[in-house]
Design a protein around this ligand. Structure first.
Ligand code: 13P
Length: 250
């Protein structure tokens, strides 16, 4: 299966000074990590975070990017700008972007194109609403989101795509998917990749679970056959909890 990646999504939390403090606290705790470790910080924290992670194995992610290189897009940040700063990763299609800021499968695809062209590694978020799960269409929803976002992405480029399965009902609710539910959907996503590309690509792709993953439940979730990591919100702001999750990813 894919290489394990544990990524924190700090969402709209931490000033630059607080970001440095948090990274300094995390650094010694994850120095022996056997997985990749990433922190997804607000745009304004990127310079401080990139400086703070120097000398560690921690990567830095932005939480979104625009699809145009530059232009009249007030308030937006381009993938090219992230590339110029030497940011390694960008989170795209997070459910909070889809729900509150109008992101759609099509705009996620455009952002994906720009991010890959800029050399970034993308953490692509997919996941169903509770009503969709109750309707029994989770598989179709995540397949559609995955297929549209990966439209035009070559097999070579896929090596720079991580997929995060984040059921919307589990995000920030304390209600985690069971290990079986998480594994089932991650396996479905892997099948989608096998269909779009091939079995080898499906085996190699990293598929994370996200949604109320914490220090107590991470080991069970990460032990599942098709779960290759986690995208962590709340618990990523607590150094000891985040480190426990990182240690559980083997
Ligand atoms: P929580 O871990 O706070 O539920 O957030 C998950 C998430 O949205 C990560 O992107």
């Amino acid at each position: 299966m894919g290489k394990y990646v544990i990524a924190g999504n700090w969402k709209m939390n931490k000033t630059p000074a607080e970001a440095v403090e948090l990274i300094e606290a995390i650094k010694p705790l994850v120095k022996d990590a056997t997985c990749d470790v990433v922190v997804g910080v607000p745009f304004v924290d990127l310079p401080a975070a990139l400086e703070a992670v120097k000398g560690s194995k921690i990567g830095v992610a932005a939480q979104n990017c625009h699809w145009e290189k530059s232009g009249a897009y007030t308030g937006e940040i381009s993938a090219e700008m992230l590339k110029a700063m030497e940011v390694g990763y960008v989170i795209l299609g997070h459910s909070e972007r889809r729900t509150y800021f109008g992101d759609t499968d099509v705009t996620v695809q455009k952002r994906m194109r720009a991010a890959l062209d800029a050399g970034l590694t993308v953490i692509l978020c997919v996941g169903e609403y509770l009503e969709q799960r109750e309707q029994g269409i989770t598989g179709e929803i995540v397949a559609m989101q995955t297929k549209v976002a990966l439209g035009g992405v070559s097999e070579e480029e896929l090596a720079r795509v991580i997929i995060a399965y984040e059921p919307v009902w589990a995000i920030g609710t304390g209600r985690t998917a069971t290990a079986e539910q998480a594994n089932e959907v991650c396996a479905q996503i892997r099948d989608v990749i096998a269909g779009l590309y091939n079995a080898e690509a499906a085996k190699a792709v990293t598929i994370q679970y996200g949604g109320s993953m914490n220090a107590a439940n991470a080991a069970e979730l990460l032990a599942q056959s098709d779960v290759d990591g986690g995208l962590i919100g709340g618990a990523s702001l607590k150094p000891a909890d985040f480190a426990t999750i990182v240690a559980a990813a083997k």
